[in-house]
Design a binder for this molecule. Structure first.
Ligand code: GMT
Length: 387
């Protein structure tokens, strides 16, 4: 039998898709018998209750008075090296290139080349930060010095190659949803709270950063709300939220929009939506569209980054050019006005999420990458996901 691994995982532990993917992956690997050590500045928010085989190591930053900026990156690299040595880890899997991949590189310098590192690129670590000349060479070093590199969409691989002139192998490993958590839930009474008169519920979930184009979310909703009774649920928080509130007030839509703030467990909330809106400027994958898909909710979104790899235009949602809110609204109205089409989309969503992006499949893919990186022959059968 192939031996189980001891894996260190570093990610951003607070809200954000990369942290969600890293934490859920850690939990699934632990369920399969691997020993997982999270090395982060706080407990990953999705970790929740006690899990067998999961350990947490907190990175503490030294704030000695000469430091104007306490050096988190150095503290993380040192902690990684310590945990690797004390716990005899096989490898480190870091999510998001900056600074995690470069910290893993430093840890390797301390520990020695027997430490293997796997880096997963998630999005703006490439599409935004790799455009910054002051970080470009560092990110290239981080990627080239990782033993294995994965990215969450083919588009992100292409961007990484183009922006950083990188030729090394990068494994395409899509994000996943846990089918035990994300499925269409029965929540009629919750739905009735927000849509007491049977209004259509449109939803947007994000960290409200400029790349999400929140004003397009509101513009699409305003157009839909002119055509039919509808409500908008905004989930999450971030820098664009205040602007969004002003836009909503200006349009006189305050009674039709609910702000739900940050939510940890979105599976239930998503299940009450009729449509998910994702009109992003940049989106390497769009985890929220996958979560929606698994709950039977089609996405109206933009042709940006990896979204077209996830959302099949005309089957599980509709995609329009970035900023084309008129076309997005037209598509939303078309879908919401045609119950047969809506039912077909809903079924296609559930099926695609279960078959193509199921947790068993993607976890096995990561395991294959780990064993290959370590040079261990392992027979990891690729599960066939069923509906
Ligand atoms: O790259 C980011 O902006 C942050 C990151 C996160 O932590 O939420 O989001 C990225 O990673 C997610 C998980 O892989 C993807 O689903 C998001 O599409 C991606 N965000 C962007 O590309 C803007």
């Amino acid at each position: 039998m192939t031996r189980k691994l001891k894996i260190g995982i570093t990610c951003y532990p607070s809200l954000g898709g990369s942290g969600v993917v890293a934490t859920e992956l850690g939990k699934l690997l632990a369920e399969k018998g691997h020993e997982i050590h999270f090395i982060t500045h706080s407990v990953p928010f999705r970790l929740g209750k006690f899990h067998k085989n999961i350990f947490y190591h907190e990175v503490e930053v030294n704030d000695y008075y000469v430091f104007r900026y306490p050096p988190y990156d150095l503290a993380l690299a040192s902690k990684m090296a310590q945990v690797v040595q004390m716990q005899e880890l096989d490898l480190l899997h870091v999510h998001y290139a900056v600074p995690h991949a470069i910290c893993a590189y430093l840890a390797k310098q301390m520990v020695g080349n027997q430490l293997k590192t796997v880096t997963t690129l998630h999005g703006t670590d490439i599409t935004v930060l790799a455009q910054d000349e002051s970080l470009k060479d560092l990110i290239r070093l981080a990627i080239n010095s990782s033993d294995s590199v994965t990215a969450v969409s083919a588009d992100l691989i292409k961007e990484t190659r183009e922006l950083l002139d990188i030729t090394r192998e990068i494994d395409l490993t899509y994000n996943f949803v846990d089918k035990r958590v994300y499925y269409p839930r029965e929540c009629q009474s919750l739905k009735a709270d927000y849509a007491p008169n049977g209004e259509k519920l449109l939803m947007h979930i994000s960290n409200f950063r400029p790349v999400k184009r929140i004003s397009d979310v509101i513009d699409v909703f305003a157009r839909v709300a002119k055509a039919m009774p509808a409500k908008l649920l905004l989930v999450g928080e971030g820098p664009e939220l205040t602007k969004a509130q002003c836009q909503i007030n200006k349009l006189g839509l305050e009674n039709r929009v609910h702000f739900l703030g940050k939510q940890d467990d979105v599976a239930q909330i998503i299940s009450i939506a009729d449509l998910m809106l994702l009109p992003s400027e940049k989106e390497s994958f769009g985890l929220v569209a996958l979560e929606a898909m698994a709950c039977g909710v089609p996405t109206i979104g933009s042709i940006a980054g990896g979204i077209p790899e996830l959302v099949t235009h005309g089957q599980t949602g509709f995609l329009s050019p970035i900023g084309d809110t008129e076309s997005m609204a037209t598509n939303a109205i078309k879908l919401l006005s045609d119950p047969d089409m809506f039912r077909q989309f809903r079924e296609a969503c559930i099926q695609r999420a279960r078959l193509e992006f199921c947790n068993d499949l993607i976890t096995a893919h990561y395991e294959q990458i780990y064993y290959r990186t370590l040079g261990i022959e392992a027979d990891i059968p690729m599960p066939v996901c069923s509906e």
